[in-house]
Design a protein around this ligand. Structure first.
Ligand SMILES: C[S@@+](CC[C@H](N)C(=O)[O-])C[C@H]1O[C@@H](n2cnc3c(N)ncnc32)[C@H](O)[C@@H]1O
Length: 276
């Protein structure tokens, strides 16, 4: 261990203040190992030197790099499969029916990390709902991390990333080779609008959403922050819209305005007062 307890406390507080993410003490090994890597990249002799620098200069650019280094960005294409089956078989057919006069559909993929989730949704829309070509479809993908958003908007994925969940048929149809990686074709990339949104802050104005993906991010917040975010999410969800959370997440005992709805093996959430 090269970091003092007070340095760990400082880093934990810094990450929590900026992102809401709670790094408990059993994550000290993660703080130490990720910041050791960052210290090397930043040309610092030691991780404690790195921390001392940001403690002295509040606006040091290392501040953002430390936060980025401590986020968990794990994601892959069509993660967990069932939510995408529910979209395809039940939710999109229902919403397309409800919206057939206005012909608008708004989807928000919050905390999208490096983008595999919004690209999965974009491919699903193209594959199974070609009629949407004449609709006004807005697919917004957001994350707190500027570097993740940069990667996501590049649409470029390594072979390893592609091998995690993207079927060959979709790869051949929607991507093209780019060096030893693959890149999404323009028609798919143009479908997604990337925005930097910190879920712990007030949301900038955005359209009312038909579908919100907020998956595998609430787990990192404390109960009060989860409630606070769900209350804001509730205000941007249309009355008959659907919210998807990660497999280990729920609104139950956090926000009674939502009720769980099961579609085959997928659970999602809708606003309780809504009656079909
Ligand atoms: C584990 S990834 C989830 C990716 C994707 N939703 C999925 O389920 O595969 C969590 C993401 O949450 C983002 N994140 C963490 N705190 C955030 C905050 N306060 N506001 C917005 N995004 C945040 C991280 O940058 C990271 O990309």
């Amino acid at each position: 261990m090269t970091l003092k307890n007070s340095d760990f406390d400082y880093i934990r507080q810094l990450v929590r203040d900026r992102t809401g993410v709670v790094l408990s003490e059993d994550k000290d090994y993660l703080i130490e190992s990720r910041l050791t890597l960052l210290a090397k990249e930043a040309g610092e002799n030691s991780v404690s030197g790195l921390v001392a620098k940001v403690r002295q200069e509040r606006f040091n650019p290392l501040y953002e790099l430390i936060i980025e280094a401590l986020m968990t960005n794990e994601t892959f294409f069509f993660r967990d499969e069932h939510p995408f089956q529910a979209l395809k078989k039940a939710i999109l057919p229902e919403l397309l029916n409800h919206r057939q006069l206005e012909r608008t559909l708004n989807i928000w993929c919050a905390a999208c990390s490096s983008g595999q989730e919004p690209y999965s949704i974009a491919m699903l829309l193209c594959e199974y709902f070609p009629q949407l070509i004449s609709w006004n479809v807005q697919l917004i993908a957001s994350d707190i991390s500027a570097s993740m958003l940069e990667r996501a908007s590049s649409g470029r994925y390594t072979k390893h990333e592609i091998s995690r969940g993207l079927p060959q048929t979709l790869l051949q149809k929607y991507c093209q080779p780019c060096g030893n990686a693959w890149i999404f074709k323009d028609n798919i990339r143009r479908m997604i609008e990337f925005r930097q949104i910190n879920l712990t802050q007030a949301f900038a104005p955005m359209p009312q959403m038909d579908i919100i993906f907020l998956r595998n991010v609430l787990i990192y917040f404390d109960i009060e922050m989860k409630r606070n975010i769900l209350a804001k999410v509730r205000r941007v969800l249309r009355p008959d819209g659907y919210l998807f959370l990660g497999g280990g997440e729920t609104t139950v005992n956090l926000d009674d305005a939502f009720e769980p709805v099961q579609f085959d093996k997928a659970v999602c959430y809708r606003l309780r007062q809504y009656q079909q």
